[in-house]
Design a binder for this molecule. Structure first.
Ligand SMILES: O=C(O)CCC(=O)C(=O)O
Ligand SMILES: [Fe+2]
Length: 940
């Protein structure tokens, strides 16, 4: 125990500055540093107004749902029934009482449940440690027998801990519980924070955000010597106490009538409007809290301590040493909540704090967009629910203490980005519950490992088992000694060896994958957390290949003897019927959809697989069949653009076309008709090659000079598009060309000729576009020089004939990313553009080249010219080929609104962007519907 030897006259020597601090000087210095930091940090109002909803959105995502509350309550109830059987129940005791994050209302669906086994209500009663341990042993003994029967799993007594506990996972809910005895300290601390929550709601929001932020950065774990939750919540409290005007009172005020819950509650009741005078936003508080922590980095070692009892900094030394971080326990002021924080871990914490301040600062300066900020602060993986929280009442599993509750709501898909079926399918996901208990069930075999799952539970919403496999009985063994495993390389930390097995189960309404991993570290320096991260990445990569969506990840256990560890994943794929499930399973297993639409058609299909069915809202209204109803696009005669007499007029038309349509045709462009014909023909012949030949170019790297693929953004598309494509990078040609397909034999030659001609035509149009935007000659010439070196991506599209064309789309509504796209096509109709809120079909016109404004030009023109949404429909009889060339500035160039187009009436509307940002975005998001461009918009 650390005993406080603090006094206000305590001196500590600052080695670096050779300076002494007493309490007053130290606190003054902390305030000064915070002020300096705050001054340097430019709070941009527009950016703040984007940050606020962003943070509230994160909060809404992580905040538990009603079912999470309910399950925990039911679980407490079930444990109480269990306790009654184990210990008897004479005077109403013992009872199980929850505390910790659940009672503070600061938990998430992933949080453990802290429970205390209480033998009386007497707050003063303090059982000796030995007594507590003997009660826990008795409890653990009973739990083991429940474990054998499949009621609970992962029973683990941790008697050597400061507070002895038994860990156990409930099979019905998947919730891990830490049970302690007479944990009155824990109960009163969490009750007090729950009361504080009622004073100002910013406390709870900020606590959630900070806890989540810390979790994402792996700095919220006392076991790993980073910050425990009490430290984080106390730092939030402290920040709110030290704002001007303060939002929360010092706890000394709260405790003025005593520290018993009733008194504190009473006092708090009178403080309900305490923080009202302070109107700071959550975003403002979030930023200033990180800045505050960042500012005082150097002062902790001199005894700086956050006292929420006093509501101010104090100077404090703990008995054995100065805390690396000091956050005074408000009930026992001789204790440091942050006592577990280690020296190296403090550095890790500070790297995260500094980085996050930098991200926020870049965001304020417009150098980082909201999307990337969110990713940097909170990661890109949504919080996942413990899978068994999706349960209905137990049916199959033996459960002695059933959770009697209302039926579980339908599965809420937190992975909307990866959702594979549309709402129109009508059916929700199957519930599947699974508990994996590694303790005592994983043994290294001679060649591999034996893994037994001691309590898998499968609970279909509708009874009956799948056809492909029946659910494993409790303790099915899915590991075999023949399974020598796969090596998953960890790019950052060398190699980790792991073995994993994939168990596939088909349920009447869905398909499940269960991946159980058992692995060991390759070196003694590898921490368990590193192993876990590497395996997680590996499994996710494998699953993204199969397009399964991960519905949940089981708890990560560190309780195996070093260097072994294990984790398990359950993934589910939504499917409306067993047949569909089997079809999908085939497709997923063989990666059939990934092989493209032509491949699918070549294998004979008579209906559109579910995976390709778009929501009605996306595919309606049906394309108009009556010709003549199609849109007449502006026509720009490029030959006239070069004649001085007509140039001005043509520029005028060009400007109108870019402003009002975003699409126009160019004629008299000088591109030989036969060259267009030859290029389309080469593309057509490429798609007609045997799949084995085409598949040589099926590369997953979006930066590769050649890429054969399918759909729109195949790694992220929820619904697949009826399109295959071949993307050829044309800049620089010399290095890209050798990678282009060698078959059909003329593809390279024709492609090069076409790419060069296309660039020439693009330069002519771009010259006009720049002039029409009023750029002065010098700037225009400079831009043109850059465009000469600019990117050019040739996209050959193939839209095969489709058995049910009205259900799908060749391309979803999207805009193109570059400055201009030049498009040619065969004679089959398919393109539609959005015009005045309507989808209108564009006729194929031989000899003309269709041009459209891309996102980069919308940004560069500061919104004067608009990139326009377009989509492609397919038909039942004819395959269609189109070739789009997307042109932009060089890859590394930053694209920003032209300064000449920013003025008082039209302030800068978009933040700077580059290809890297686009690619990053594309890698994890759906890019349809101009979402990328939306993410670049500045709010005024
Ligand atoms: O095929 C078409 O008409 C349009 C193709 C397209 O929009 C694209 O490749 O971005
Ligand atoms: Fe397009």
């Amino acid at each position: 125990m650390y005993v406080c030897v603090e006094s206000s006259s305590l001196h500590s020597v600052c080695r670096g500055l050779n300076m002494k601090f007493d309490q007053k000087a130290l606190c003054k210095r902390a305030a000064q540093l915070e002020l300096n930091k705050q001054k340097k940090f430019q709070n941009n109002l527009a950016a703040m107004s984007v940050l606020e909803p962003l943070l509230l959105d994160v909060y809404a995502t992580i905040h538990p749902k009603p079912r999470d509350y309910e399950l925990r309550k039911l679980l407490v109830h079930a444990f109480n029934a269990m306790v009654k059987d184990i210990f008897g129940n004479s005077n109403g005791f013992p009872i199980i009482e929850p505390f910790g994050s659940f009672t503070m209302d600061l938990f998430t669906g992933m949080s453990d449940l802290d429970l205390s086994l209480n033998f009386s209500n007497d707050e003063a009663l303090n059982l000796p440690r030995e007594r507590k341990i003997s009660f826990l042993k008795k409890f653990a003994h009973a739990l083991y027998s429940f474990q054998n029967k499949g009621h609970v799993s992962g029973v683990l007594p941790v008697m050597g801990a400061r507070v002895p506990i038994v860990k156990v996972v409930d099979c019905g809910t998947g919730i891990e519980c830490d049970i302690s005895v007479e944990n009155k300290d824990g109960i009163s601390r969490s009750s007090i924070f729950a009361i504080v929550s009622s004073i100002d709601e910013r406390f709870r929001i900020l606590s959630y955000l900070m806890k989540f932020w810390a979790k994402v950065h792996d700095i919220n774990s006392s076991k790993d010597h980073t910050m425990n939750s009490l430290t984080i919540i106390s730092l939030v409290t402290f920040h709110l106490q030290t704002r001007d005007p303060p939002i929360l009172p010092p706890f000394s005020t709260l405790f003025k009538d005593g520290t018993d819950i009733a008194s504190v509650q009473n006092v708090a009741f009178g403080l309900k409007s305490f923080g009202r005078r302070n109107v700071e936003s959550v975003a403002g508080l979030f930023v200033s809290l990180l800045n505050k922590l960042s500012a005082v980095e150097s002062l902790w070692q001199h005894g700086l301590c956050a006292s929420i009892y006093e509501g101010s900094w104090i100077c404090k030394k703990w008995k054995s040493r100065v805390g690396h971080m000091s956050v005074e326990d408000y009930l026992d002021r001789s204790e440091n909540f942050a006592r577990a924080v280690g020296k190296d871990e403090m550095q890790k914490i500070y790297i995260c704090i500094r980085d996050s301040c930098d991200y926020l600062s870049s965001f304020m300066y417009g150098r980082l967009d909201a999307f990337m900020l969110k990713k940097s602060l909170f990661g890109s993986i949504p919080m996942q629910k413990p899978l068994n929280q999706l349960t209905n009442e137990d049916k199959d599993v033996k459960r002695k203490y059933p959770l009697h509750g209302p039926a579980a709501p339908p599965f809420e898909d937190t992975f909307t980005k990866r959702k594979r079926y549309t709402e129109a399918d009508g059916e929700h996901l199957v519930y599947v519950g699974i508990i994996y208990s590694p303790l005592g069930h994983i043994k290294p075999g001679i060649l591999g490992f034996n893994i037994s799952l001691n309590c898998i539970r499968i609970e279909p919403e509708v009874g009956g088992h799948g056809e492909l496999a029946s659910p494993p009985t409790p303790s099915s063994s899915i590991g075999t000694s023949k399974d020598s495993g796969t090596v998953i390389p960890d790019r950052q930390n060398g190699q980790l060896y792991q073995t994993h097995r994939t168990l596939m189960l088909v349920q009447p309404q869905g398909l499940l994958f269960l991946c159980v991993s058992m692995y060991r570290a390759s070196s003694a320096n590898t921490t368990v957390a590193m192993m876990h991260r590497a395996i997680t990445r590996g499994i996710r990569e494998q699953l993204s290949g199969s397009r399964a969506c991960i519905s949940n990840e089981l708890r990560f256990y560190r309780i195996l003897p070093w260097p072994w560890s294990c984790s398990a994943y359950l993934c589910r794929v939504q499917a409306p019927s067993i047949q569909a499930a089997i079809r999908n399973e085939d497709a997923v297993r063989e990666g059939k959809f990934m092989k493209g639409v032509r491949h699918l058609c070549e294998n004979g299909i008579t209906e559109v697989p579910k995976r390709y069915i778009f929501p009605i809202s996306d595919r309606s209204p049906k394309p108009k069949i009556i010709s003549g109803d199609n849109i007449t696009l502006p026509v720009i005669d490029l030959s006239l653009l070069q004649t001085p007499n007509h140039r001005f007029q043509v520029l005028e038309s060009l400007s109108n076309a870019c402003k009002n349509y975003g699409f126009f045709r160019v004629v008299n462009h000088g591109m030989p008709r036969e060259l267009i014909g030859r290029t389309i023909s080469a593309a057509k012949r490429f798609f007609e090659l045997p799949f084995e030949e085409r598949s040589k170019y099926m590369l997953n790297d979006i930066r590769s000079p050649v890429r054969y693929g399918t759909s729109f953004n195949q790694n992220n598309d929820g619904v697949f598009s009826w399109r295959d494509f071949l993307k050829l990078n044309c800049q620089p040609l010399a290095t890209s060309l050798p990678h282009w397909p060698s078959s059909p034999v003329d593809l390279r030659e024709v492609g090069v000729e076409y790419a060069k001609e296309n660039k020439r035509v693009f330069m002519v149009i771009m010259d006009g576009v720049l002039e029409s935007l009023g750029l002065e000659k010098k700037k225009k010439d400079e831009m043109k020089r850059e465009f000469e070196e600019g990117t050019e991506m040739m996209v050959m599209n193939c839209f095969p004939a489709c058995p049910e064309p009205e259900l799908t789309l060749g391309m979803p509504p999207h805009s193109d990313y570059g400055f201009l796209t030049l498009l040619v096509q065969d004679d089959v109709e398919g393109l539609q553009v959005q015009c005045g809120g309507q989808w209108v079909t564009v006729d194929p016109v031989p000899d003309s080249i269709l041009v459209n404004v891309g996102d980069h030009l919308e940004i560069f023109s500061n919104g004067r010219y608009k990139s326009v949404l377009h989509r492609v429909f397919v038909n039942s009889s004819k395959s269609r080929i189109s070739i789009a060339c997307l042109h932009s500035l060089p890859f590394e160039k930053v694209i920003s609104p032209s300064p000449s187009l920013i003025n008082e009436q039209t302030p800068k509307l978009y933040m700077d962007t580059d290809f890297e940002a686009f690619l990053d975005y594309m890698a994890i998001s759906e890019t349809t519907n101009k979402t990328f461009l939306q993410s670049r918009k500045l709010v005024h």
